[in-house]
Structures are given as structure tokens and as C-alpha cells.
Design a protein around this ligand. Structure first.
Ligand SMILES: C[S@@+](CC[C@H](N)C(=O)[O-])C[C@H]1O[C@@H](n2cnc3c(N)ncnc32)[C@H](O)[C@@H]1O
Length: 438
């Protein structure tokens, strides 16, 4: 009996990358969920560390450039993708991404993609087709960049309506690059920037270009900092001096903002409906030597004694985080924006009830969609006479004056914070509004 041919070197991380991308395209699993999952059908977790890094990089680049890759693939398939071809589109996209955008030798990228197709019970019937499509794509060389080509058309149309064609183009361009690693430090950003070989941003975030293991970085085990995008670090600061105040943090896990509130000296109650995510929050706080009272439950209905301040970081479409989480672009559907806006309105009404007279409320979302931000707040103010908008002032956001709107909202865009080195530019798109409660 003949033995099966040995697997070509480099195949396992390519197969894992294609499966990770396929799970996103079929909406069965988000990329971060797949990378961390106990049950891992992609085979990612069983890979040695170097292969995991390669699989993660291939999946990331593929999803960042997926709009372009999908149209290149479609142009080579007169009759469209064959039915019952398993992860064929993901295999083609990851193969083309390596050759066009990752400096992997063309023959390696194509041969291993064809081998991925052969190794899959459904895609194997199309291995010849995969070979022809990929050779056609890579033969034409790197494609021209078309504005917005890497954002799903429904989303790009929304950003164009909300921010204008030029800004939408800048946002789309910014998300084609991998986001840097941002850390919020407990104190002395300049010192930590030097120790970690990064830069201190005007808002105090320490920004690094490293994409290796976070736990190996200086300061991790002593709890000197936590990972938090520069944009995500802004809303909690809008509560101002909260030392010794009681603050309820609604929708708190995994706890980046809880840590900020606790580090600022507040007595924090952290609420989340996910017990699992709240456990992660507790672990994060323990590493940082910070504390909060944790409560599992639905923020819309949980009773609490009213507090001096409430922060509501509501569940949202997360379209402001696509630069960090490129899978979001391909997993979300437009109708979800409407259902999330309804949930946010319910949570906002509950949040108002939890603020003491004379207290403060900050509402925020990591979404670029006006229904979850500006329009959400306009209807909250219209239905709630206890609230008055407390406008954000430009000097509250050092280095980011463009993030304060004429109404006094905080609105960061991934295209803000330009830098000569584009790898150091940008931040997550956040909306935040601050209210005084009568
Ligand atoms: C945007 S994340 C929060 C991020 C967090 N504030 C931070 O800074 O790390 C949204 C969180 O809302 C939680 N969530 C969603 N619906 C909720 C509800 N009805 N009540 C409480 N938590 C909820 C989710 O479990 C998730 O952890």
C-alpha cells in the first residue's frame, strides 16, 4: 500500500488562515473568537507559534483587502463561484492576498492555495479551477487601489452620506493598514513609551508597532498598563475628576474603561450580561491591582442605588473598529444597525435612571453610524427632560481638536491622528456624548 504523500511545508498555516476567513465569510465565527476558541475547527490553536503568527497575518491581510480580492476573483469566474465548493472563496482570497499584498513568492502562494483546495473534501473538486483563477490574478500583478473597494458597498455608502466622499475615502484607506498596539498606562506615558520603544500620543496613550506577544512586554506582569485603543480611552475621561465618586460602568467587559475609572480613584460598579466576559474583566483588574464591584446582569433592568456618574459603553455595530477588527466589515449586516440602535435607546433610558440628581452620564459607542451616535442622542434629549447636553470642549482632547463636533460631541474617525508613518496613524472610531442629569 502506498503511503499518503507528506504534507507540503507551510500548508498547515495556510489551511488554518483559509478556515478562519471562511468562518468570517459564512458568519459562523468572528476572527478574535476563532483565535481564542477552545473548540477550534481551523486547527489554528494546534499550530506552533510561528505558524500561528503567519496564519493570523494571512487572515488579517485577506480581510483588510477582501473587497478587492473578491472582485479580482469574481472577474476570473465567468459563472461565479461554484456551488458546494466549501471554503473555495476563502482559499482563493488568502492565496491571492499572500501573492499580491504580503511579498510571499507567487509560486509558493499559488501552489499552497491549490494544495489547500486539494486537502478540503468539498473544494478538492475545484483544485484545477483554483490554480487557473490564481494564476490569472497574480499574472496581472498588484491591482490599482480603488477608493472604498475594501469596504462592503452598503457600509461605504453610509460613510459617504455621513462624512462626505473625501472623508469616507480616508477612513477606507486607513483601515487597509494593520492598527498599531495601543496601551493605556497607569502613569508616566513618556517613561513607558521609552521603555517599550513606542511613542506617547498627546492623549497619554503609548503606541507601539510591535505585534508580538503582549505578555512578554515590560510592565505587563507588574500591571503598569493595559491594551486599549487611543479612541477607546477617551470617553471615560469625559467624566472628569471622579475620585471617591460612585460610578456605574454599564456594559463593562472586558474592562478597559472600568480600569480607567478605578485608576482615577472612583468606586466602580461594573455591570455586564456576560458572566464569562466579566470573569475576564476581574482577571484584568487583578493583574492591574485595581478593584471594582462586578455584577452580572442585564443593564436595561438591573436595579442599583443611583450613582454620581454612569458610563454606558453600549453594544453597537462596531464599525469604528474595523481597522483593528477587519472581520467586522464582512460579518455585519445593515439591518443590525437599526436593531442595535433600539437596544441602545433602551439601555440609555435605564442609564439615566441610575444617575443621581446633579450627576453625570457619558454614553459612547465604537460605531461610525449616526443612528447609534448623533441621532441616538438627539432622540434621547427629546424624550428626556432630565438631561442636558454637557458639551465636550476642545481642550479636553489634547492633540485631537478635530474630534470635537460643533454640537459638543466626541466623534473620532479612523482617519484622525495623522502621522508621517502611516503605521502609527489613526484610532478607532468612537462617538461619545456627556450629559448633566437634573
Ligand atoms: C462594547 S463592549 C464593552 C467594552 C467595555 N466597556 C470596555 O471598555 O472594555 C459591550 C459589552 O456589552 C455587554 N452587553 C451587551 N448587552 C448588554 C446588556 N443588555 N446588559 C449588560 N451588558 C450587555 C456585552 O457582553 C459586552 O461585554
Amino acid at each position: 500500500m502506498s503511503r499518503p504523500a507528506p504534507e507540503p511545508p507551510g500548508l498547515a498555516p495556510r489551511r488554518a488562515a483559509a478556515k478562519l476567513v471562511d468562518a468570517v465569510l459564512t458568519r459562523t465565527r468572528a476572527l478574535d473568537g476563532a483565535l481564542e476558541a477552545e473548540h477550534d475547527p481551523s486547527g489554528f490553536r494546534a499550530l506552533p507559534e510561528r505558524d500561528r503568527a503567519l496564519a493570523r497575518a494571512i487572515a488579517g491581510v485577506t480581510l483588510r483587502r477582501f473587497g478587492t480580492l473578491r472582485s479580482l476573483i469574481a472577474a476570473k469566474l465567468e459563472k461565479g463561484l461554484p456551488k458546494k465548493a466549501g471554503p473555495l472563496e476563502a482559499i482563493l482570497a488568502t492565496g491571492a492576498a499572500q501573492a499580491l499584498f504580503m511579498e510571499v513568492p507567487v509560486h509558493t502562494a499559488v501552489d499552497l492555495a491549490v494544495a489547500c483546495a486539494r486537502a478540503d473534501p468539498e473544494a478538492r473538486h475545484f483544485a484545477g479551477l483554483a490554480n487557473a483563477v490564481l494564476r490569472g490574478i497574480v499574472g496581472a500583478g498588484a491591482p490599482d487601489k480603488i477608493p472604498g473597494a475594501d469596504v462592503p458597498p452598503w457600509l461605504y455608502a453610509r460613510w459617504t452620506r455621513a462624512y462626505g466622499a473625501e472623508e469616507a475615502e480616508r477612513i477606507a484607506e486607513s483601515i487597509t493598514l494593520e492598527a498599531p498596539l495601543d496601551l493605556t498606562v497607569k502613569s508616566d506615558p513618556a517613561l513607558w513609551a521609552e521603555r517599550l520603544g513606542g511613542v506617547a500620543l498627546p492623549n497619554g496613550t503609548v503606541r507601539l508597532l510591535t505585534h508580538g506577544s503582549i505578555t512578554a512586554l515590560p510592565g505587563f506582569s507588574e500591571g503598569a498598563w493595559w491594551v486599549q485603543d487611543a479612541g477607546a480611552s477617551l470617553p471615560a475621561k469625559l467624566l472628569g475628576d471622579i475620585r471617591d465618586q460612585r460610578v456605574i460602568d454599564l456594559c463593562a467587559a472586558p474592562g478597559g474603561k472600568t480600569a480607567q475609572l478605578a485608576a482615577a480613584g472612583a468606586e466602580v460598579v461594573a455591570v455586564d450580561k456576560s458572566a464569562e466576559r466579566l470573569t475576564r474583566l476581574s482577571q484584568n483588574l487583578a493583574r492591574l491591582g485595581l478593584s471594582a464591584t462586578c455584577r452580572v446582569g442585564d443593564a436595561a433592568t438591573m436595579p442599583f442605588e443611583p450613582a454620581d456618574a454612569v458610563l454606558l459603553d453600549a453594544p453597537c455595530s462596531a464599525t469604528g473598529t474595523i481597522r483593528r477588527h477587519p472581520d467586522v466589515a464582512w460579518m455585519k449586516r445593515e439591518h443590525e444597525v437599526t436593531s442595535l440602535a433600539k437596544l441602545q435607546a433602551t439601555l440609555l433610558d435605564a442609564a439615566v435612571r441610575l444617575v443621581k440628581p446633579g450627576g453625570k452620564l457619558v454614553y459612547c459607542v465604537c460605531s461610525l453610524e449616526p443612528e447609534e451616535g448623533e441621532r441616538q442622542v438627539a432622540s434621547l434629549l427629546a424624550r428626556n427632560p432630565r438631561l442636558r447636553l454637557d458639551p465636550v470642549e476642545k481642550d479636553e482632547l489634547p492633540g485631537l481638536p478635530e474630534a470635537v463636533t460643533s454640537e459638543g460631541y466626541l466623534r473620532t474617525l479612523p482617519s484622525h491622528l495623522p502621522n508621517e508613518d502611516p503605521r502609527l496613524a489613526g484610532l478607532d472610531g468612537f462617538f461619545a456624548a456627556r450629559f448633566s442629569v437634573a
